[in-house]
Design a protein around this ligand. Structure first.
Ligand SMILES: NC(=O)c1ccc[n+]([C@@H]2O[C@H](COP(=O)([O-])OP(=O)(O)OC[C@H]3O[C@@H](n4cnc5c(N)ncnc54)[C@H](O)[C@@H]3O)[C@@H](O)[C@H]2O)c1
Length: 270
């Protein structure tokens, strides 16, 4: 679609984990628009509207996968490889911020943050990424090429700014941005570096994509506090995150491995 060989993804195959979510759906449809065949690995089976047409024309396929279960990843990868061949791109995007069934203590003081929530978040965000790298990255290494994008967050690079949530406390809520997400997203940074060196000679590049907060109809008070904190003065859009995924997926980044591409509107610059 770009006509630029540096960014040409036509005819290649991508796996996007968590592709039914807000950003994953943007990656899946954006990569399909650029001529890729895209497999979504997600626990969720209900597709957001922007994916519907591409699911119908077969450019995107949805596999029900739990990224914390190696057998589940292996079964979907086998089916995918049989039909489309070994993927060229893996975007490890599936993650939990807070577990869906989290108790109230989840957003309470650090001192009483629930162990079960910590285990769940680490399981999906860290082990899930590791297992997808083992299974899909391993297949890429065996054919001597591939690009893996592991998704992190500014909250994995730096501490959350607890003041952003002051408006919730002012309204009488107890709210502390929980710790597990930050810990899990930091782990992504060194899993990436480990694998970038491990697979360097096998032709598989591995990079982290660190994102700031994405606009998603957040409350006005949060937006005001957030926009005052970020140099570019606004939240990230899914299309802007897609730009970095296209760069890391394509030959434009052929000398980039083990890097952390920070797309944060300048959040970490001051
Ligand atoms: N949205 C933001 O503001 C933001 C900011 C920085 C980084 N990120 C990162 O971007 C990525 C996507 O975020 P999002 O906001 O689109 O999230 P989202 O919650 O909209 O989507 C996450 C998807 O992951 C899937 N998922 C959860 N557990 C799974 C499992 N065990 N197996 C398979 N799939 C599973 C969910 O079903 C969902 O479709 C995450 O890695 C997140 O940490 C997001």
């Amino acid at each position: 679609m770009s006509g630029d060989p540096l960014f040409d993804l036509e005819g290649r195959v991508a796996v996007v984990t968590g592709g039914m979510g807000q950003l994953g759906a943007a990656y899946a449809s954006g990569l399909a628009e650029r001529g890729m065949s895209v497999a979504i690995f997600d626990l969720a089976t209900e597709a957001p509207p922007e994916l519907a047409a591409r699911l119908e024309d077969g450019r995107i396929r949805a596999f029900e996968v739990d990224v914390t279960e190696r057998a589940s990843i292996e079964a979907a990868t086998r089916a995918l490889v049989d039909d489309w061949g070994v993927p060229h791109v893996l975007v490890n995007n599936a993650a939990l911020d807070s577990p869906p069934d989290a108790p109230a203590e989840e957003v309470g003081p650090f001192e009483t943050y629930p162990e079960a929530s910590f285990d769940q978040v680490m399981d999906v965000n860290v082990k899930g990424t590791l297992l997808c790298c083992q299974v899909i990255g391993g297949a890429m290494a065996s054919v001597g090429r591939g690009s893996i994008v592991n998704v992190s967050s500014i909250y994995g690079l730096l501490s959350p700014v607890q003041d952003l949530y002051e408006f919730r406390r002012a309204a009488g809520e107890t709210f502390v941005k929980p710790v597990a997400y930050s810990v899990s997203k930091s782990a992504i940074l060194n899993l990436t570096r480990y694998l970038a060196t491990y697979w360097a000679k096998s032709g598989v590049r591995v990079n982290t994509l660190t994102l700031a907060g994405v606009w998603n109809e957040q409350p006005k008070e949060f937006l005001e506090a957030y926009e005052a904190r970020v140099p570019l003065g606004r939240m990230l859009t899914p299309g802007e995150a897609l730009g970095a995924v296209v760069f890391l997926a394509s030959d434009a980044s052929s000398y980039v491995t083990g890097a952390n591409v920070v797309v944060d509107g300048g959040w970490s610059a001051w």
